[in-house]
Design a protein around this ligand. Structure first.
Ligand code: ADP
Length: 476
């Protein structure tokens, strides 16, 4: 069952119960009070009649010293009219409770009389046909006789009013319920609007539209729920986008890897087939074997790089306080100046927080790329500067440079700006991908500043370690 229908139904049930019970209680209260008033009046009337009878009996001239039944009848008849137009209904009975006088229309059994003892007054409410009466009974002491006086008072009006009250309340309750259903329907629709909007949003999202958001239409808890739902959807969308990007990157990686593998393998298989199927002269045999060897080496280098990336991704980096001097001196010892290349080192002495082996790998790759991009005899500058944000390492070359639109892509695995040039220099497009991976472990990234024909400056910043004065002191 819909929540809005439940809301309407329960409101109506509560409304019906409240109206019904309060109506019943009110009508009944009015009825009880009216009936009590009527009973009191009937009892008062009984007392007055009894008093009037006793007074009348006192004034009767006595023939035999006792009150005659005929005299009783006479007095009763006078009391019945009482000099008014309205006739009273009464019954007078003797000591044995046998009726001496009964008014017309006095229709009641002897039950109340039987229960009435001497010097007692009693009453009861009885029904006779369509009418309701208050029957009263009391005894009358007239001279030496003890008689019984009963009266009947018509109280049908009170019962009629009660029935009318019930009927009015019933109609009013039904009317208010109909009115209530119509109004509650609107209220329930308005109250449940945020729920409907949220349901729509969940359906849209389940159907794949992760950018769909629910409209906030209220400022209550449901409005808050809508806000929370939307921020959850936001996070979900971001995660899904990230996952999709990751899947795409993985697919690209596998595609590029397969492609990179195919080229050397085709050559290796081709040359190997030539060697085994034909008898080649010594020079051709050497060239073929050399080709197989070089391509094999390239494959080996590629697989080692890949392994490096995987190990960096999964392995634990050993962060420690590293002196920049030791890093630069290590690099200096690896890249020996020769007639083809000139290396210029300028650096501030300081300490950084890093895994020194991994940072050396990054520097070697950057220097390697700078060498590959430069013409023989070029200068390559390796710099280390202290900055506000940390310690900046830069490798600057004056080689071919990188076009601006390629600069974002060169850190992707297997990406090479000039494939044949890179392959001829044993490149596989994995060096910078490895550097990016290592630097992300150090919460850093490659910063590329390059223009074609003018060379490139590729650098990164590491967090400084130790006190500021310590770094200043060793600064040149
Ligand atoms: P590779 O093994 O091919 O050197 P890298 O990931 O190190 O792979 O570099 C990716 C590509 O970026 C290279 O193929 C090259 O085209 C370009 N590149 C990197 N460094 C430089 C540089 N200093 N100058 C010019 N191009 C560069």
């Amino acid at each position: 069952m819909k929540f809005s229908i439940k809301l309407v139904l329960w409101t109506m049930i509560i409304m019906a119960l409240t109206l019904g019970l309060s109506g019943f209680y009110f009508v009944n209260y009015v009825f009880e009070t009216s009936l009590e008033r009527e009973i009191n009046q009937a009892m008062d009337e009984n007392s007055i009649l009894r008093f009037a009878f006793e007074t009348a009996a006192l004034n009767v001239p006595l023939k035999y010293g006792v009150l005659q039944d005929g005299t009783v009848e006479q007095i009763a008849s006078n009391l019945e009219t009482g000099g008014q137009d309205v006739r009273r209904m009464l019954r007078l009975s003797d000591e044995e409770k046998n009726a001496l006088y009964i008014s017309d229309g006095f229709d009641a059994d002897n039950e109340l009389l039987e229960q009435t003892k001497e010097n007692q007054r009693a009453y009861r409410v009885i029904r006779s046909g369509e009418h309701f009466y208050v029957q009263t009974a009391s005894n009358v002491n007239a001279l030496d006789r003890v008689l019984y006086l009963e009266t009947l008072k018509d109280v049908s009006e009170v019962f009629y009013e009660r029935a009318m009250g019930y009927s009015v309340y019933r109609r009013m309750t039904i009317l208010m319920l109909i009115f209530g259903v119509i109004i509650m329907n609107f209220i329930a629709a308005w109250l449940t609007k945020p729920i409907r909007l949220l349901t729509k949003a969940t359906k849209e999202m389940a159907a794949g539209d992760y950018s769909y958001r629910a409209n906030k239409v209220s400022n209550d808890e449901l409005g808050q729920l809508t806000l929370d739902f939307n921020s959850m959807a936001e996070a979900l969308e971001e995660n899904i986008d990230k996952l999709e990007d990751e899947i795409q990157a993985r697919e690209d990686f596998v595609g590029a890897f397969a492609h990179e593998l195919k080229t050397p393998l085709t050559s290796i298989i081709g040359y190997a087939d030539m060697l085994r199927s034909r008898k080649l002269d010594e020079e051709k045999s050497f060239l073929s074997a050399n080709y197989i060897y070089t391509e094999g080496k390239r494959l080996e280098a590629m697989s080692l790089r890949l392994l490096d990336i995987i190990v960096t991704k999964r392995g634990e980096a050993k962060f420690q306080k590293v002196s920049t001097e030791s890093l630069f001196e290590y690099i200096r010892s690896m890249f020996i100046p020769n007639e083809a290349m000139e290396f210029v080192y300028t650096y501030d002495k300081a300490f950084v927080r890093a895994d020194s082996d991994l940072i050396i790998t990054v520097l070697i790759n950057l220097l390697d790329n700078a060498c590959k991009a430069s013409e023989p005899g070029s200068v390559i500058e390796v710099k280390g500067n202290q900055e506000e944000s940390g310690y900046r390492f830069t490798v600057r070359d004056y080689g071919i440079g990188i076009p601006i639109e390629e600069q974002d892509k060169i850190t992707q695995a297997f990406y090479m700006v000039d494939k044949s040039r890179s392959r001829s220099r044993n490149g596989a497009g994995l060096g910078l991908a490895l550097c990016a991976e290592i630097l992300s472990r150090h919460h850093s990234r490659l910063e590329i500043d390059s223009a074609p024909g003018e060379g490139s400056s590729i650098g990164f910043v590491l967090r400084k370690e130790g006190k500021e004065e310590e770094n200043e002191k060793i600064n040149h």
